[in-house]
Design a protein around this ligand. Structure first.
Ligand code: PGA
Length: 256
């Protein structure tokens, strides 16, 4: 509804790119290209790989950058015999503020179910961080007119049983799977319509919290299409993959 009260947020999802030397350089270059009023207008977040979080966090803090730090995933248990996993409290202890939860690559490649996504959402909130909960339909689902059903189901599952106040703190990213890394963007109208559906589902679950939740679009966001997307009333920012790897492109997106 009242978009002005929701500050735009641009999050860079670096996926499995950039080793820790490259990650430091990229965040430094990005900070060099941004000015105070960019941060006033827009929250900026980078999500490096797990092993780069420490180095990026050190650079962000020592240079007093206004860039938020996000992880791409975590496990829902606090600790224990879960070889290869990292918990939400461990990330929070390292001043990580955001965690991407339920990205379609996690769902499709690593078999994360709606139930796992719900547990991770709770774990991230429980550790005092902000989940960036991802949802989105496949091309087949879109063509079969199942987009609303698919994303509504994902959102209901992720936020089931979570208090409205906590839901208000969450971020959602609508990422149609057919638009991720394909160069094919949803039209701004398609993205806006589906995000409107997501907001109405959140309104059914959490009332007025729906006006606070920032809902991002993701899927082939580039400097050339970001302004049109950001001109839509429901779109509060972007989760950017490929174009966030290059600090020049990501800075242009932030300055949309
Ligand atoms: P893309 O990825 O911008 O490379 O399409 C977006 C995402 O998967 O978050």
């Amino acid at each position: 509804m009242v978009k002005q009260v929701r500050k735009p947020l641009m999050a860079g999802n670096w996926k499995m790119h950039h080793n820790h030397f490259e990650a430091i350089q990229v965040v430094q270059k990005l900070a060099y290209r941004l000015e105070a009023d960019d941060y006033d207008r827009c929250d900026v977040v980078v999500c490096p790989t797990l092993i780069c979080l420490r180095s990026v966090q050190t650079v962000i803090e020592s240079d007093r950058m206004t860039i938020g730090l996000g992880a791409q995933n975590c496990y829902f248990e606090e600790k224990g015999a879960f070889t290869g996993e990292v918990s939400a409290p461990m990330l929070a202890k390292m001043n990580v503020q955001y965690v991407i939860v339920g990205h379609s690559e996690r769902r499709e490649i690593f078999g994360e179910t709606d139930e796992v996504v719900a547990k991770k959402t709770r774990a991230v909130l429980g550790a005092g961080m902000t989940p960036i909960v991802c949802c989105g339909e496949t091309l087949e689902e879109r063509e079969a007119d199942q987009t609303t059903e698919k994303v509504s189901g994902q959102i209901k599952a992720a936020f089931h049983g979570i208090k409205a106040d906590d839901i208000a703190q969450c971020i959602v990213a609508y990422e149609p799977i057919w638009a991720i890394g394909t160069g094919r963007t949803a039209t701004s109208q398609e993205a806006n319509d589906t995000i409107g559906v997501i907001r109405s589902v959140i309104r059914q679950m959490a009332g007025g919290a729906a006006d606070q939740v920032r809902i991002l679009y993701g899927g082939s966001v580039k400097p050339s299409n970001v302004s049109e997307l950001m001109g839509m009333p429901e779109i509060d920012g972007a989760l950017v993959g490929g174009a966030s790897l290059d600090p020049d492109d990501f800075a242009k997106i932030i300055k949309f």
